[in-house]
Design a protein around this ligand. Sequence first.
Ligand code: MF3
Ligand code: CO
Length: 255
Amino acid sequence: MIQLKTESEIEILRENAHILNEILRELIRASRPGASTGELNDLSERLMLDAGVESAFKGYRGYPASICTSINEEIVHGIPRDDRVLGDGDVLSIDIGIERHGLYADKADTVIVGQPLEGTLELIGVAREALRRGIAQARSGNRVGDISHAIGSYAQSRGYRVVKQFVGHGIGRAMHEEPQVPNYGSPGRGAKLVEGMVLAIEPMVWKAGDEKQEWVAEDGWTVMTPDRWPSAHVEEMVLITEDGPDVLTDMGACS
Ligand code: MF3
Ligand code: CO
């Protein structure tokens, strides 16, 4: 069942998204060469405590940290560590989820640490444009497949591949609600979108090398690109309204 949100739930979701943005902004600011992902995780825990919110990730299916930090060929679900130090040119994806007043917020962004290496700005640009195109399809009367197709076909047209094992999702009183929102698919297929739905749309892309897909590392969490291509992951929470998509997690120019 797809849960439609009430006005009061939407108000809290909006507040939560705002809090999440402020925390993510701080984490991105702290993502400098020489900082470790363990330090970023510690900082996220302090900021969440100060804001009076809980990490949605910590303990989720046994996940051991409060945020995910995925570097270069790590696509998503990288586990922060004190001995994982950021270097110049690293492509860092930070994924953060919080819970407050029984409602969740979830967002991810990808930034370059220090000076960009060749191709990495394009990589992030493709992920963001895929997300923008997906969001543009998040309108009542459309279907989930319209979002999926917009993301997947754009990434493919730019010579990029998308993650298939992990998907976007409805979000609200649970971090993961129906419907699933894959990053590839056919227009006109899947659940119909209606006002009051909130979706976390989250393309995960890398430059296509060969036909291989992503794989999960020995830690049971970190999702990796084949052939160690760097990857990007961006995620926003979108409310479907009569006026079109309303990006709850929009923070304007952040990085
Ligand atoms: N942000 C991820 C998602 O959108 C969830 C992270 S998995 C966790 O589904 F284990 F870290 F929580
Ligand atoms: Co998500």
